[in-house]
Design a protein. Structure first.
Lengths: 222, 223
């Protein structure tokens, strides 16, 4: 009887402890910083020098969500977005210079040495867990808005791009799955921006005029 | 004579035991060839899962399984990892912009740097993998209880899965679609609850992976 007691106690204690740990892990708030590789796009550069203004809301974007179904989530996309878009715009344009200040018009001072100002914004971010969607994967979507201004502050183009990503779900790795889906959503939007930006009608029209007005044909047509 | 009979009995029992414990999955493979193929030792292949953003898209675990299978065996192939390929060729092989036909591939090769990088990476083939493993039937009941004095399961449950996959092979040297291979595997898994739950698992996904990888190796190398 005494022998039996010695065997049972650690087993029961272990079971209770592991159940308690599983409960704690399942209920703990998910605080997530999105981090991943930043691929360099292999595309033909657009022959334009631009300034890029990254608003604070873009650089420090944090998504928070609380619900009974999915619990508490805090997802920090800021650094990954910043690194990714700096690399993306650096590959897309002849020159892309980050500027610290941009008030939307030329009253903030002239933008020197560049031909336009590009401002990326995040309009929406959302994610779905298998529990909510009823599907066997985690998914994330990000809606970006890219606005291109001329140096006087007039809007040339305002383009909304939605990136979508999904990841296979794992029982005790929900944060990892959401992170993976978010990284894929950023990549997906980036791919569309890299390929389709210079095919936007408003951009083509502005670029055509820029080529005509430049002296001596400094800019090659697209 | 008696000793040999015993040996046969043991082998038969072992075979039955293995079959019971692993479950049974049957596979059917079909091949359509549109062009002659061949692959030198130093030439590479990349397996890309088609992502349609629907529920039934090819899981990365399936293409990883095929890559592992192709990298081993009597005639190992040089398989370029999917992630490395997609990173190197970003943004051209991302799910929503990737080429969907050999004609689109030809257009993609006109983009600066793409053809050169394919040549320098010595990648000869792309195999697009499409398909999924789905549950087609299930039944039975099993209940498990657990309490301070112990626990146990009682009952019987089963489910049948169908793993249906297709590989479309593009020859990057000839810029054509060289053919298609499809694999269909079915298997029924069981769990019998006799105090302890005893699983007898069929793995049609694994069977489809192995069958498709073997057929693809033969298709590319002629072995």
């Amino acid at each position: 009887m005494r022998h039996s007691k010695h065997i049972t106690n650690p087993t029961v204690t272990g079971f209770i402890l592991s159940s308690f740990m599983a409960f704690i892990v399942a209920c703990a708030p998910s605080d997530l910083v999105i981090e991943g590789s930043v691929p360099v796009p292999m595309i033909k550069k657009i022959p334009v020098q631009i300034s890029v203004y990254y608003p604070d809301a873009f650089l420090n974007f944090v998504h928070t969500e609380t619900s009974e179904e999915i619990g508490d989530w805090q997802i920090d996309l800021g650094k990954q977005n910043s690194d990714f878009f700096r690399s993306l715009f650096g590959s897309m344009f002849d020159e892309a210079v980050a500027i610290e200040k941009w008030g939307g018009d030329a009253s903030d001072g002239p933008i020197t040495n560049t031909q336009a100002v590009l401002v990326p914004r995040i309009k929406k971010y959302g994610f779905l867990t298998p529990f909510v969607s009823g599907l066997g994967f985690y998914s994330a979507s990000i809606e970006y808005e890219l606005t291109l201004y001329d140096v006087r502050g007039a809007a040339i183009l305002s383009w909304t791009v939605v990136g979508y990503g999904k990841s296979e779900g794992k029982v005790f790795a929900k944060e990892e799955a959401v992170e993976q889906a978010t990284l894929l959503a950023i990549r997906d939007a980036g791919a569309r921006i890299a390929i389709e930006f210079d095919k936007q009608k408003a951009f083509e029209s502005w670029f055509g005029k820029l080529v005509e007005t430049e002296d001596g044909g400094k800019i090659e047509p697209l | 004579m008696v000793g040999r009979l015993n040996l046969y009995k043991h082998k038969l029992l072992l075979l039955i035991l293995v079959c019971i414990l692993t479950g049974c999955a049957s596979s059917r493979v079909e091949e359509f060839r549109a062009a002659e193929t061949g692959m030198a030792l130093e030439e590479g292949l990349v397996l890309l899962g088609r992502a349609s953003f629907s529920d039934n898209e090819t899981k990365e675990s399936f293409t990883d399984c095929m890559a592992d299978s192709l990298k081993g065996g009597n005639r190992p192939l040089r398989v370029v990892p999917q992630k490395v390929f997609r990173d190197n060729f970003y943004p051209w092989f991302e799910p929503r912009v990737e080429p969907t036909s050999a004609e689109e591939l030809k257009a993609l090769f006109l983009e600066p740097g793409v053809k050169k990088l394919i040549s320098s990476s010595n990648i000869r083939y792309i195999a697009w993998i499409e398909g999924d493993t789905v549950r087609v039937d299930d039944g039975g009941t099993m209940s498990c209880t657990i309490g301070p004095w112990g626990g146990g399961c009682l009952g019987f449950s089963y489910w049948e899965e169908d793993a249906s996959y297709k590989a479309t092979i593009w020859d990057l040297e000839k810029m054509i679609s060289a053919g298609q291979i499809s694999s269909d595997s079915r298997g029924t898994s069981y769990i019998a609850g006799v105090i302890l739950p005893i699983p007898i698992l069929a793995r049609p996904g694994n069977a489809a992976c192995t069958a498709l990888a073997d057929q693809l190796r033969g298709f590319l190398t002629g072995s």
